[in-house]
Ligand binder design. Structure first.
Ligand SMILES: [Ca+2]
Ligand SMILES: [Ca+2]
Length: 280
């Protein structure tokens, strides 16, 4: 049987050749020519705080793409395993609307993360779809994308990043709570930094999330140790000011055997360590 890789394997490989380490972001070359009739006017997640009404077209001349802040009435908290109703209103008939939620937080809106809101809208009549947050959805800040498009064009599961000539795209951040225990707690160092790594166990990549709590421009160093405590590798991954960051690390030339490793992040003032469990 072919062995899968581990976080530790991936991290070590990445640190041996750090070109594989890079920041990820969501696709933004989305096109769109938002008009008064094919815009996303109202978005509401029933039973949550997300109620974003009468937004019309965010931009009538350029790409019709908006990223709403994770605050107030443009965000929501969702619980893994629960179902929710999303309501989207388009002012025109026959428009197609879709929603994606990046449940595994890999910066890709996968086809499996898609739900059709409407295949043919009716003028300003709310369209409603129901989706269920998967029980294995990762906890934390999660991107949700809603797109509208004219009637004769597709707006299906693989169109989250397609450049549209018509319609509008709206991105939201929702917070997913997963009571299955996937969240990593860091009580001893929470004031300084936090570290989260997923998926667990890793296969072809993993994502390193960390929080820097001041603006002194601290270097962030990632170190990997084996079970006996020997340092396997160490890498400075850059200088960061206050904020929450995600780094996706791809598998490269893997050097280590599957196993359990400690991953330590040092932001200059705080350190955290995690046990990495080997995959099968
Ligand atoms: Ca809008
Ligand atoms: Ca995804």
């Amino acid at each position: 049987m072919k062995s899968k890789k581990t976080f530790g394997l991936l991290l070590a490989a990445t640190l041996a050749g750090s070109s594989a380490l890079y920041a990820q972001s969501y696709c933004t070359s989305l096109g769109g020519n938002c008009t008064i009739i094919d815009n996303i006017n109202d978005v509401e997640l029933i039973g949550t705080t997300l109620i974003n009404l009468n937004t019309h077209c965010a931009n009538l001349t350029g790409a019709s793409y908006s990223v709403y802040p994770a605050t107030g009435n443009t965000t929501a908290t969702l619980t893994a395993g629960n179902s929710y109703q999303l309501v989207v209103t388009i002012p025109a008939p026959s428009r197609k609307t879709s929603v994606w939620i990046d449940y595994n937080q890999d910066f890709v809106f996968d086809a499996s993360e898609w739900t059709q809101v409407a295949l043919s809208s009716t003028d300003s009549v709310p369209d409603t779809c129901t989706f269920t947050v998967p029980s294995n959805a990762l906890p934390g800040a999660t991107r949700m994308r809603i797109r509208s498009r004219a009637s004769l064009s597709s707006n299906g599961p693989n169109d989250a990043c397609t450049s549209f000539a018509t319609g509008e795209t709206e991105d939201y951040t929702v917070t997913i709570i997963n009571t299955g225990g996937a969240s990593i707690q860091n009580p001893e160092n929470q004031a300084q930094a936090s570290l989260q790594i997923y998926p667990d166990p890793a296969t072809s990549y993993f994502i390193l999330c960390f929080n820097v709590t001041d603006n002194t421009g601290r270097d962030v160093v990632v170190s990997v140790y084996d079970l006996p405590g020997n340092k396997v590798c160490e890498e400075n991954i850059g200088r960061y000011n206050k904020g929450y960051y995600r780094k996706r690390i791809e598998a490269g030339a893997l050097k280590l055997s599957p196993g359990i490793y400690f991953v330590r992040l040092n932001s200059g003032r705080g350190q955290v360590a995690r046990v990495v469990i080997a995959g099968e």
